[in-house]
Each structure stands twice: as structure tokens, then as C-alpha cells.
Design a protein around this ligand. Sequence first.
Ligand code: KIV
Length: 282
Amino acid sequence: MSTQLNSGKKKANTINPVKVTTQTVVDMKRKGEVISMLTAYDFTMAKLVDAANVDIILVGDSAGNVMAGHETTLPMTLDHMIYHTSCVVRGVDRALVVADLPFMSYQVTTKEALISAGRMMKEAGAHAIKVEGGKPIVETVKRIVDAGIPVMGHLGLTPQSIYKFGTYKVRATEELEADELVKDAHRLEKAGCFAVVLEKIPSKLSALVTKELSIPTIGIGAGPQCDGQVLVLHDMLGLNKDFHPRFLRRYADLYTGIVDAVGNYVADVKSRDFPNENEQYK
Ligand code: KIV
């Protein structure tokens, strides 16, 4: 079942000191190696995720949901994203760090987009940036790539357009939208993207896009045939008890673990069990 806890499965965390680059992930597709990607937004979590050998850490604007408690990703600013990304970069030795450019930091003009991408690289130390959308941002992607900044695309359910969609339902189930998505994937590849996220689209469609592109596809709710998979860290660790989309597999129940631990601390403080003889200076 998709939302079951999977903490007991085998892990791939023998230390791998080789740094992941954008070229590494393109080569992984060529060699048929599957790419793992997870989000992180702070130093401590980034350090843990990197220690487990994830290939790409995405500083997603989902920070707006899981870190800031907003309903959508729209309120995130470039300054917020630069702050989160700089925290993550300080915790990472191996993974490729990709940072989301937030809503309205790249859609108005190509010049503004380039300035936003440049700030993300210079001030936060990101290794690459991610932008949402197809045809309308192709020229912008080209300009950013021409400036030497690697770009990851994002198609399908693009949360920055949630008010246009009106729903978080699966995208591109109709032929017209599916055809346009395939064209957009090609446009992004041609514009110079090194990878593209496919979010919440039918598996058959992501399989087709994955077959047609030479750059890797990284899926979230897009089926098993993508070149890689991504999840939001807080969701896969079971920190969000009330979020149960079909595509989410939970690998821990940290909600229960943390609430129990904090509850035990509160009880120990109240009963004066904590601190004990050995937990004080004499
Ligand atoms: O912001 C985010 O976390 C994302 C992933 C869901 C791909 O864009």
C-alpha cells in the first residue's frame, strides 16, 4: 500500500564521497542508474539526507507549506528561498543542491529571472535552480543556462499555478494537455535544462516523456518509469500525519516518535524525574 511505513527496508547508505554534479545525473540516465531526490530546507536535515547518499537535494518552495505553514507555495520570496538554500548548502558534502526560484521571481522578465538565478547561486551557493512551466519560460531558461547556471524544469502539476488549475488533481489526463506537456518537455530539453521534474501526471505519459528525452525525468506521483523519484522529506518521514496522497510512501512515523518523546519530556519535568543525579553539575 502506498502510504505504509517502510522503515525496515534495506538502505543504500554506505558512504559515497563522490560529489554529484548536473553531468553526473545526466550520465546516470545514460547508464540506466536511478536518481534519488528529496527536499530539505535546513542545515540539520540536509546533513542527514546527504549522509544517506541521496543524489539531489531540492530546496523546494514547498518550504512555504512544510516550514512556514502556508496553504500554497506562492508566499515564498526569493529572500526566503536564499535563506533556506544557504542553510542546506552548509550541511551538504556530496549531493547536488537544486533550489526553487519562487513565484514571481522569474516570470515577469528574463532579466529579472537571470538576476534571481544569479542571487541564488552567489548568495546561497546553490548548484542549480528549478523553475516551473513550459513554453512561456523557454527563453528565460535559455538565458539562465547561457549565463552558466544549470536549470531543472518542472512540468505537470506545477504548484505555483495552483490558482490557474483550481485543484491539486492529476494533470494531463486529456490528450490536448498531454500533447502540450510532451512538447514542453522537448522545449525545456532544447533550451538547455539538465533534468525535468514531472509532477502528478499519468504513468504512461511520464514513461513516454522519459523515453523521448535524453535528459533525466524525476517523478513525483508520475509512476515508476521516470529516471528518478522525488518526495517532500517531511511527508516521507511521516511528520505530516494528515497528508495521504496515493503517491506518497512513508518511511517513518516521526509524528508519533516526536510527539511521544516530547510528551515523555514534559511528564519527566512535571514529575521532577528530570534532571536526575547524573544530569546536574555539583
Ligand atoms: O517544492 C517542491 O518540493 C517541489 C517538489 C514537490 C518537486 O517542487
